[in-house]
Design a protein around this ligand. Structure first.
Ligand SMILES: [Zn+2]
Length: 140
């Protein structure tokens, strides 16, 4: 089987909040759905066909193109600090962009899906997410 399920439990903060504006709830859910859809076509989803059978969907060229684009995400996420050091011998612990590549790809895919479908303006976003989205938009 090849399916995506969204348990009702995701309909709580930060994904969904009854007190929030509808636009915020729809935006959060669109990003979540985009994230999960992206997994169907990323370095993990590539191994399954439309019926969920184990079958590599990518050509060698597809894989090389993905690897070239993914290298930028790996470099970008390697810079992010997951746990801030407390000084002295306590150093910052950085994200390992190679290990988190699938989730980072899906997060960027989900945010890209949201931006394309909602018409969000790039000028309103800042920081690493904007950088990732602009890079992704330029390469697609
Ligand atoms: Zn994920």
């Amino acid at each position: 089987m090849n399916a995506i399920y969204f348990p009702a439990g995701v309909l709580q903060p930060p994904n969904f909040d009854m007190a929030a504006d509808d636009a915020a709830n729809y935006g959060n859910l669109a990003s979540l759905i985009g994230h999960e859809l992206t997994h169907g076509f990323d370095d993990e989803g590539r191994h399954y066909d439309a019926q969920g059978n184990l079958k590599d969907l990518w050509t060698k060229e597809d894989a090389a193109s993905f690897d070239a684009r993914a290298a930028g995400l790996v470099r970008e996420y390697n810079v992010f600090v997951a746990v801030q050091g407390r000084g002295g011998r306590s150093k910052d612990v950085h994200v390992n962009g190679e290990l988190t590549l699938g989730e980072n790809t899906a997060d960027n895919g989900g945010a890209g899906f949201l931006m394309k479908r909602s018409g969000l303006r790039r000028a309103r976003m800042r920081g690493p997410m904007l950088t990732a989205l602009l890079r992704r938009s330029a390469s697609s």
